[in-house]
Write a protein that binds this ligand. Structure first.
Ligand code: DP6
Length: 334
């Protein structure tokens, strides 16, 4: 097989509504539980890959104009090793990646990044993967990337091994998202980079938090309830379980020894602001990932009003509206 000279792909990031936090198998990224997410529009990372054996025979990686070092670079190289092993290639790769959303926007970059990398690298290596196989491959780069292969509402089936752990659009999983009209309002409170990465933090939570098993257990019912809410197009029911699931995840993290606390004082202020906006009658439910910023699930038709109400209550915060977006796309190589 002759590999194509270069391939370019893009993917949007996603926000988990029912969270993934913990791996049952670290080397394969098999999660302890299934998760549910919304892919967000206008958050694409675009990545070009070629297996051209570079200048010095090592992978050349550029992300947003700079060469990443340390763990970030090692993760990309390890992922490329996986693609090379599957495709039977030995050549080093050139990877050039750029994101329309700055890191500081408070949106996870690894989900979009590894979904785009999986699509571009597999194609450049001459592999022709269907979406499910692509989701399984992206999962190996970063768990949440398995979901960014698809647009809209996405379910990542935890599975028990490499073949059974993949994401799929919620429609094909038996629930219909149309009519629900979900959107997200993103509240950026702090632009600093997080103190502890999610991979390490989830490992510590699993190992040391007495609350972790209870959160996983509750999460199974949360997912059933969330999928039922999607099927019934019941946004308030979905919102309640989304907020509870995220707060439970953070409670488990905070109970780790030593404690893992992503929240800042302003995070709590934002949680109260979301609650106040909801009490005024607007649809708004909070979720928080591995950082201090707050994302708010709302109805598309009310998103601008929710954003305005939150801006009033949180001076100095950067508040933006994000609507559902599409899945991985193969692009023309520049
Ligand atoms: C809190 O997918 O970044 O955003 O698989 O170790 O790369 P790795 O972790 P990652 O974790 C995401 C954690 C989360 C919840 C979620 O997206 O489901």
């Amino acid at each position: 097989m002759t590999p194509a000279p270069a391939a370019t792909a893009s993917a949007n990031t996603n926000i988990a509504l029912i969270k993934y936090w913990g791996k049952a198998d670290e080397s394969l990224t098999i999660p302890t539980a299934s998760s549910l997410s919304l892919t967000l529009g206008g958050t694409r990372t675009t990545t070009t890959v070629s297996f051209d054996d570079g200048a010095d025979g090592a992978d050349a990686v550029t992300i947003n104009g700079a060469a990443p070092g340390g763990t970030a670079r090692a993760r990309v190289t390890r992922f490329l090793d996986l693609v090379r092993a599957r495709a039977g290639l030995t050549a080093a790769a050139s990877v050039v990646s750029s994101s329309v959303v700055p890191l500081a926007a408070g949106l996870a970059s690894s989900a979009a990044g590894f979904a785009a990398l999986a699509a571009a690298a597999s194609r450049a290596a001459g592999m022709d993967l269907d979406d499910r196989a692509l989701s399984r491959l992206a999962r190996r780069g970063s768990g949440s990337a398995a979901r960014s292969v698809f647009g809209g509402l996405v379910l990542w089936n935890a599975g028990v091994d490499d073949a059974t752990s993949y994401a799929e659009p919620v429609e094909t999983a038996g629930a219909v998202g149309a009519g629900l009209d979900p959107a997200m309002v993103v509240i950026v409170l702090c632009e600093g980079r997080k103190t502890i990465g999610s991979t390490e933090a989830m490992r510590a939570t699993m190992r040391t938090s007495p609350l972790y098993p209870a959160w996983v257990e509750a999460g199974r019912e949360d997912l059933r309830s969330a999928l039922a809410a999607v099927r019934e197009r019941d946004l308030p029911r979905l919102g309640e379980v989304v907020e509870a699931n995220a707060l439970g995840m953070h409670a488990a993290m905070i109970a780790s020894r030593p404690s893992i606390m992503y929240w800042l004082p302003r995070t709590i202020e934002a949680l109260h602001a979301v609650r106040a906006v909801r009490e005024e009658g607007l649809p708004a439910w909070a979720t928080i990932d591995a950082g201090p910023n707050v994302k708010v699930l709302t109805r598309g038709a009310d998103a601008d009003a929710v954003a305005a109400a939150l801006r009033d209550r949180l001076p100095g915060a950067a508040v933006s509206v994000r609507r559902p977006g599409g899945g991985v796309r193969i692009e023309d190589t520049p």
